[in-house]
Design a protein around this ligand. Structure first.
Ligand code: NAD
Ligand code: WQD
Length: 336
């Protein structure tokens, strides 16, 4: 079966492409390379031992998307990753985020064939600053912490109101918590084009010598050691959740279906715990210092995950140690 993977050369999309091929799917990758590099394609071909179908397309351009679906009538499933994801940049350039993330999603939904299974990359950011932990899927959308977060909330609303309610539509919106780590080959991983905003790539770049010091943003939160709590999920577990989601949608008999599912481990880990676990599992020192709180950071966010387990039969297999070792393996290889 042919699965269209938008944003398939990015961090999460590339890992999902590997899993799709391993599970017997054919893939068509669309990406405009705004936050990825074409070299990822040959790495994917090396890992999968397969020539892959890639088209450079900006999904924000309506005519290009229309034309793509006119010429490619054999799409049997869609996993839509393509979006801009830098929270900080979205605060500085909100219009760029609203235009890119919303237009790409609207164009795909508008021109894709009806009833084709659709998996959307959503985020725990839709909950805003949820008070109650762990966060379950019926927690309402809170106030978005950033324009980026707002684009995810709006895309979920669009999918629900404009497409699910008015058409035959089968979709799952996966709300990822904090994906970290890399494929075991060390050939693909998280490689942001600019200075990393996220903890994991920043930490590995400090240890690898690309950056001097990791600033831990605040140690005066109301948590076990004063640093923020998050739910870090191994990228290969996250990738597996997409396979389960697309399999599920392909196999259900109903013509209308929509679910929103948390994808996390359910385990809250503090920033200091993550740093210490990294040091223990790699034997390497992390040069860090405690700094001020980062504006907009929430104190705690970790998932309740039983809905994904119930519906998809998915649960994470990897530990935090596995994820941290794989992140370091990727950073090490990219230094060679
Ligand atoms: P990424 O930036 O590595 O990958 C996104 C890919 O989409 C990039 O290759 C980029 O070039 C492409 N893209 C962006 N806009 C495009 C457009 N208009 N047309 C075509 N291609 C376009 O990001 P990622 O971490 O792999 O995230 C994938 C998805 O998951 C995004 O939707 C993101 O918002 C969501 N998400 C990510 C995280 C995370 O922490 N990484 C957490 C929750 C949700
Ligand atoms: C994790 C923890 C920081 C960097 C982001 C997006 C969210 C979603 C998930 C996409 C926090 C601390 C970080 C550093 C630090 N993504 N930190 N020093 O903030 O949970 O969420 O990713 O949808 O929308 O906002 O992830 O990796 O930035 O931070 O101390 O240099 O690490 O304060 O507690 P976050 P993160």
């Amino acid at each position: 079966m042919n699965i269209l993977v938008t944003g398939g050369l990015g961090y999460i999309g590339s890992h999902v492409v590997v899993c799709l091929v391993e599970n017997g799917y054919d893939v068509i990758i669309l990406d405009n390379l705004s936050n990825s590099d074409i070299s990822v394609l040959s790495k994917l071909e090396k890992i999968t031992n397969r020539k892959l179908n890639f088209k450079e397309i900006d999904l924000g351009i309506e005519d290009h998307v229309k034309d793509f679906f006119k010429k490619n009538t054999n799409i049997e499933g869609i996993i839509h990753f393509a979006a801009l994801k830098s929270v900080g940049e979205s605060v500085r350039k909100p219009n760029k985020y609203f235009q890119n993330n919303l237009n790409a999603t609207i164009n795909i939904l508008k021109y894709m064939p009806e009833k084709v299974p659709f998996v959307f990359s959503s985020s725990c950011t839709v909950y805003g600053s949820a008070m109650k932990q762990p966060i379950n899927e019926s927690t309402p959308h809170g106030i978005a912490e950033s324009p980026y977060g707002k684009t995810k909330q709006l895309c979920e609303k669009l999918i629900n109101k404009k497409f699910f309610e008015s058409k035959n539509f089968k979709g799952i919106s996966l709300r990822y918590f904090n994906p970290i780590g890399a494929h075991q080959s060390g050939l693909i991983g998280e490689n942001p084009k600019n200075i990393p905003e996220n903890l994991m790539p920043y930490l590995t770049q400090v240890v690898g010598g690309r950056r001097k010091v990791l600033t831990i943003f605040g140690d005066d939160y109301d948590t076990k050691d004063g640093t923020c709590i998050r739910d870090y999920i191994h990228i290969m577990d996250l990738a597996e959740a997409h396979i389960k989601a697309i399999d599920y949608l392909i196999n259900i008999k109903v013509t209308k279906f929509l679910e929103f599912l948390n994808i996390g481990t359910g385990i809250g880990v503090s920033v200091l715990e993550l740093v210490k676990t990294f040091e223990k599992s790699t034997g390497l020192k992390v040069n860090y210092s405690i700094g001020k709180r980062r504006p907009g950071d929430i104190e705690k966010a970790y998932a309740q995950t039983n809905k994904a387990k119930q519906i998809l039969g998915w649960k994470p297999k990897y530990t935090l140690t596995n994820a941290l070792k794989s992140a370091w393996n990727w950073e090490k290889k990219s230094l060679i």
